[in-house]
Ligand binder design. Structure first.
Ligand code: AHM
Ligand code: MG
Length: 334
């Protein structure tokens, strides 16, 4: 008898195709293309030290070739994969000031657009610490066949048809949602496939981990500092003091919290008065996943997914995590 009982990402996408009401295969193919891009980026991330592609762009490696930063490489790989796939007509990426039109004969009739942070956690790239990729997929709202515009990208996060992230950690995982729960796939390098490993992920209602860059404490709003003080007090019933965990890669911090329970906060600071993280390709996709898993994502005053975007690289403050923990922060806001 065979003991081959794995479900690959490709199989899972096809099995679940009917959950998406407009599914005609194009959406499945687009998800598949994203899975392929993730595998190629994972390979590049794993060999980064060997290939001398770490570090700042703008200098030559020992062979005298121009060195590209890993995030530039990841961006190019993603754009290539989506261009070849033919199901996406435009991309908004952290790496590009304007939207990227894909106007090949097949892609220009595509109905989907993608927002993308090709390699999140830039401060961790050079030091072999977990980094990630974040994406959202939307249906374009302007006429198919014409060039997509920023209007297509200024849809609220609640209009996304899918969102996901890839974490390049001790193993590589792809986690995504199409609005029917959240599922996680671990890359098995021996067969080169993402395999279903985390079915129907749920954000624990409570947790004992808080993640934020406490170095910015002096510039945090009052309610955030009151919450931090509360987290550090001792109380047996609520398992305090909580643990502080901050990797500095949003994907890795949120992934840990999604698995174990916890809260992630990037509040406004003096350096980043509107918060640091970008709405279109960081906050919205992560918020869609977190809500689908049963968590909460808010600016403090507004649900992240209800914000109407007004700029491609717009930043917003974010509080995201276990339901009861986010509610506690909001109590301190009153
Ligand atoms: P990046 O897109 O340049 O990598 O910035 C986003 C990252 C997040 O992954 C992380 O949560 C945050 O920036 C860390 O910022 P800080 O170093 O200010 O704490
Ligand atoms: Mg980023």
């Amino acid at each position: 008898m065979s003991n081959f009982n794995i479900t690959t990402l490709g199989q899972f996408i096809i099995e679940r195709q009917n959950e998406y009401r407009d599914a005609k295969g194009a959406f499945s193919r687009l998800l598949r293309d994203i899975g392929i891009a993730a595998k190629v980026i994972s390979r590049e991330v794993n060999k980064a030290g060997l290939a001398e592609i770490l570090g700042e762009a703008g200098h030559d490696n020992v062979q005298g070739e121009a060195v590209k930063k890993l995030d530039v490489i990841a961006n190019e790989l993603f754009i290539d994969c989506l261009t070849r796939g033919g199901e996406c007509c435009a991309i908004a990426s952290e790496e590009n000031e304007d939207i990227i039109q894909i106007d090949s004969p097949v892609s220009k009739n595509a109905k989907y657009i993608v927002t993308l942070d090709p390699l999140d956690g830039s401060s961790n790239i050079d030091v072999n610490v977990s980094i990630g990729t974040i994406f959202s997929i939307y249906k374009r709202i302007t006429q198919t066949g014409t060039p997509a515009t920023t209007e297509d990208f200024f849809q609220c996060g609640n209009k996304a048809v899918a969102a996901g992230y890839v974490i390049y950690g001790s193993s590589t995982m792809l986690v995504y949602t199409t609005g029917n729960g959240v599922n996680g796939f671990t890359l098995d390098p021996s067969i080169g496939e993402f395999c279903l490993s985390h079915l129907n992920m749920k954000f624990p209602k409570d947790g004992t981990v808080y993640s934020l860059n406490e170095g910015n404490k002096a510039a945090f709003p009052d309610f955030v500092n009151k919450y931090i003080d509360w987290c550090q007090q001792t109380d047996k019933d609520t398992k305090r003091p909580y643990s502080a965990r901050y990797i500095g890669s949003m994907v890795a911090d949120v992934h840990r919290n999604l698995n174990k329970g916890g809260i992630f906060i990037y509040p406004p600071t003096a350096k980043a008065p509107k918060g640091k993280l970008r709405l279109l390709y960081e906050c919205n996709p992560m918020s869609f996943i977190i809500e689908q898993a049963g968590g909460i994502a808010t600016t403090g005053t507004e649900r992240i997914l209800d914000i109407v975007p007004s700029a491609l690289h717009q930043r917003v403050p974010i509080i995201l995590g276990s339901e009861n923990m986010v509610k506690k922060v909001l109590e301190f806001m009153k």
